[in-house]
Design a protein around this ligand. Structure first.
Ligand code: NDP
Length: 289
């Protein structure tokens, strides 16, 4: 069997065009441009690249982007004061604090300070709670992108056995809620799960989000299953860093029915969902102004 590839890059491109149209419609209707503020603390090179990519994506989608850089030694109070200002700013509909943050800053304290209506990362406890109760909320971008990949490929979710490997607040846990919302039967695995390959082999949809390179092998995959590889690791090959996923791609291609690989799967969808969340946040804020 050769798995059909669920190409997240192509899908993200298409969705970003849709968001561009939606942002333009919103601006026509309200005379307001959706705005996203990104806070970058310190000079982590990977974070700089991520933030630049987000700014570029905003520009292409007609979303106003505001970047606020703070030095690596910024105090938590300075970060909180900046968030307070952005919370009050009517041109800003989404606020994102680029992770990781320096040691002196507690990510949760910062995330809790963001107005939940502007929390386009979906990390605020209010949004987490609302998601778990099945209420309207802003949802974390990566799991949202995974659902979009499945839905746009018409892969049935209702009644299926879904196995998620990884239980982080960013990916694994919100993924559970989104799959439950779609009426899947969900199993969540982590580093203490026993007989992990056997549990994964039971999955109709297997979602790997651990950061453990090539952990998911051929015998972890039920023939014909759908495999979504969220993991991002880097391997040095001939002096260059090459992105790898949690899933052994070649083996998965031989076994799975559908594969959304890393790179080229959920990764590109994450930024597309950030843009979607920003437009959604802008709409909700103007509706309730
Ligand atoms: P975390 O490190 O927060 O969580 C990793 C999870 O994987 C934990 O629940 C951990 O278990 C579990 N885990 C680790 N090792 C094993 C193992 N050997 N067997 C079973 N479970 C294991 O990572 P994130 O959730 O933030 O990210 C996961 C991966 O997804 C990373 O590679 C990250 O780079 C990538 N990612 C990609 C994004 C994208 O845009 N595509 C966005 C976000 C993340 P335990 O809880 O027991 O420690």
């Amino acid at each position: 069997m050769t798995a059909q590839i669920l190409d997240g890059k192509a899908l993200a491109k298409m969705i970003r065009e849709e968001i561009k149209a939606e942002a333009a419609r919103f601006t026509r209707e309200t005379s307001v441009r959706p705005g996203l503020a990104v806070i970058l603390i310190g000079e982590d090179p990977a974070s700089q690249v991520y933030v630049r990519n987000k700014e570029k994506a905003c520009g292409e989608a007609g979303i106003h982007s505001i970047r606020r850089d703070l030095p690596a030694n910024a105090s938590q109070d300075e970060v909180l004061a900046l968030i307070d200002r952005l919370n009050m700013d009517p041109t800003v509909h989404g606020i994102l604090v680029q992770l990781p943050v320096p040691k002196q800053i507690a990510p949760l304290v910062v995330q809790e300070r963001v107005d939940p209506r502007k929390d386009v990362d979906g990390f605020h406890p209010i949004n987490v709670g609302r998601l778990s109760m099945g209420l309207e909320s802003l949802v974390p971008c990566t799991p949202l992108g995974v659902i979009e990949i499945l839905k746009r490929a018409n892969i049935p979710i209702k009644g299926t056995n879904c196995v998620i490997v990884g239980r982080s607040n960013i990916v694994g846990k919100p993924m559970v809620q989104l799959l439950l919302r779609e009426h899947a039967t969900v199993t969540v695995c982590h580093s203490r799960t026993q007989n992990l390959p056997a549990v994964c082999r039971n999955a109709d949809i297997l979602i790997a989000a651990t950061g453990q390179m090539h952990m998911v092998r051929k015998d972890w995959i039920k023939p014909g299953a759908t495999v979504i590889d969220v993991g991002i690791s880097f391997e040095e090959v001939n002096g260059k860093f090459v992105q790898r996923g949690d899933v052994h791609r070649q083996e998965a291609e031989e076994t799975a029915g559908f594969l959304s690989p890393s790179p080229g799967g959920p990764g590109p969808m994450t930024i597309a969902m950030l843009l979607a969340n920003t437009v959604k946040a802008a709409r909700l804020q103007l509706a309730h102004a």
